[in-house]
Design a protein around this ligand. Sequence first.
Ligand code: AMP
Length: 218
Amino acid sequence: MRLIFLGPPGAGKGTQAQILQERFGAKQISTGDILRENRNKGTDLGMLAKSYMDKGALVPDEVIIKMIEAELEKLHGGFIMDGFPRTTAQAEAFDASLRAANTPLDAVVLFNADRETLFTRLTARWTNPRTGRSYNSVTNPPRVAGIDDEDGGPLVQREDDKPETVTKRLDVYERQTAPLIDYYRKSGKLLEINALAAVEDVTRELVSKVEAAEKAAS
Ligand code: AMP
């Protein structure tokens, strides 16, 4: 299974990628998580990325493309790209890598959601900084507020989930990432799902559309 999850921040790409990873074994590759891990460890990449991330801006394409190439080298089997590509330059570079490896995409899943709901969701998001697992105090709350169901550790609000930064990130999505919808629609690989349904309903729609696309392709 080789998938791209495309959609605005807060649409639930990470949550669904984790569910599909557990169910189908395809590896979730979240560029946001990799950057945050580097930032937390204080690596050169992390320090460079921090200044962009804190502002809600995109990290430069060359940095991201290099990072993804390193991830692809470690990979054996399927993947779910979560938060990558985010610009046309990234999509073109990724296409070239996939062509060179003779590993075409199965599908690009577009998570449809309106801006107002995303704003509310993002500003209500709480994350476990150790595992990257995220909750939403409105739509997907933990059993105990502020505590991870899985490891019992504290949940924190991401710096870039503060309201001013969320507005900027949604603007950046519309300007720089939304053009990829047409890019992938032209390739015939785009599937669309309603990202605003309950988590398990989104999973159901997602799995049935991906399986139908795989069946049609084989
Ligand atoms: P995310 O967790 O996917 O919302 O990503 C958090 C932040 O990491 C973004 O606001 C960007 O600053 C940076 N980032 C993540 N993925 C990318 C990407 N593919 N291209 C550029 N910047 C990225």
